[in-house]
Write a protein that binds this ligand. Structure first.
Ligand SMILES: [Zn+2]
Length: 385
């Protein structure tokens, strides 16, 4: 307990804020400059502070960065991502997205909240634990991974490369207002292509119109969604959704008298624990009467409430006099794969407003970032010792 408090006190407030600001000033959206710039910066930053960072190439030009404290089994991973989403139209921003302007307690910029704030807090916590424990008996690994906003190539490569092996838990610093999030929704991206047969609109009987087939499925999906929402409500994740996001059927611009050759439907499916992805895809396939293409499959996950990692998170918050609140993540994160593929208990907990990510004028509360660093430092000591 005492050491945990000492580690929290060892967090250097100015260090956290300056690190966050420096990282926000290095654009890392993809497509675009990508992670290399911020990774090179962080690598040097950690090396200057006596750590030995190392890289893994998640994809060409897209590095994961790691740094360890200690080397024993049963340790903890502190995970964050280095990529951000595009700033969009920069004229819409009150402050330029890559300047890291501070106004009062807020730091503005793309990635301030999602999630260079969380990442800066993890790095500061690692350094604070180093100052307090020196070399812990179990490994504390910082994992700053690539491509979370895309196909999550970073965490997938991290797990496939064996970098999650030998660990007992992971903290993911996504912006969740410091709630202890134990549940994460699953996601499926599905694509369906309904075949048709082109014909003159005056003689529809000569062709085969794919539009009513697609439309019928869309209506059927509404019915299934309602049924799933009634049978599988989740108190912290909210209901599952089957959302059509794209429906295209056309024989070409202005071709109003031509029955198109096919219709394409894209679905964004969000699931909760208890909803089996394979069964759901089979069900949609049967209804549609055609093959469903699964473009992305991220299972819903949960971490048991009684896991030692969860208790360490609760105790760390309590120790610092902060409220203990539980929550769920409406989207998938790198933590989804750390739980589903690597089997690690995962707590998603980080500074920043839940709805601010990807918005114009994204910002983070600097006091919350510093508090997060203190919580991570205390949590790591409680968990490792
Ligand atoms: Zn994020």
């Amino acid at each position: 307990m005492e050491k945990a408090l000492l580690a929290a006190e060892a967090v250097d407030e100015r260090e956290v804020v300056e690190l966050l600001r420096a990282m926000v000033r290095i654009p890392s959206h993809y497509p675009g400059p990508g992670e290399e710039g911020v990774v090179a910066f962080l690598e040097e930053y950690l090396r200057e502070r006596g750590l030995r960072p190392f890289r893994q190439e998640a994809a060409p030009g897209r590095p994961n960065l790691m740094a360890d404290l200690g080397e024993g089994e049963g340790g903890l991973i502190l995970e964050g991502h280095t990529d951000v989403v595009t700033p969009g139209d920069e004229d819409l921003w009150r402050y330029p997205p890559y300047e890291g302007v501070v106004e009062g307690r807020r730091l503005y910029g793309r990635g301030a909240c999602d999630m260079k704030g969380g990442l800066a807090a993890l790095v500061a916590a690692l350094l604070a634990v180093k100052r307090t424990l020196g070399r812990p008996r179990r490994t504390l690994r910082l994992a700053a991974l690539a491509d979370e906003e895309g196909l999550m190539l970073g965490v997938k490569a991290f797990i496939k490369g064996g970098f999650a092996q030998g660990f007992r838990g992971a903290v993911v610093a996504e912006p969740e207002e410091m709630e202890i999030c134990l549940w994460q929704k699953g996601a499926l991206r599905l694509q369906l292509r309904f075949p048709g047969k082109m014909a003159h609109g005056a003689m529809p009987y000569a062709g085969e119109n794919p539009i009513p087939k697609a439309a019928r499925l869309v209506l059927e999906l509404e019915r299934i969604q309602k049924e799933l929402q009634e049978t599988l409500p989740h108190p912290l994740l909210g209901p599952p959704y089957l959302t059509p996001t794209r429906l295209v059927a056309s024989a070409g611009e202005g071709q109003m008298n031509v029955i198109p050759a096919h219709a394409e439907l894209a679905l964004d499916v969000r699931t909760v624990p208890g909803l089996d992805h394979r069964e759901l895809v089979d069900r949609i396939q049967t209804l549609a009467g055609i093959q469903v293409e699964v473009l992305e499959d991220r299972p819903p996950v949960e971490t048991p409430r009684e896991d030692p990692l969860v208790r360490a998170a609760e105790n760390a918050l309590g120790l610092l006099g902060l409220p203990v609140r539980f929550g769920g993540v409406p989207g998938a994160t790198d933590g989804t794969f750390l739980r589903a593929w690597a089997g690690l208990p995962v707590v998603v907990m980080g500074p920043g407003g839940k709805t601010l990510p990807h918005q114009v004028d994204e910002w983070v509360d600097l006091e919350e970032v510093v508090q997060a660093a203190q919580v991570y430092a205390a949590l790591a000591v409680l968990y490792l010792e």
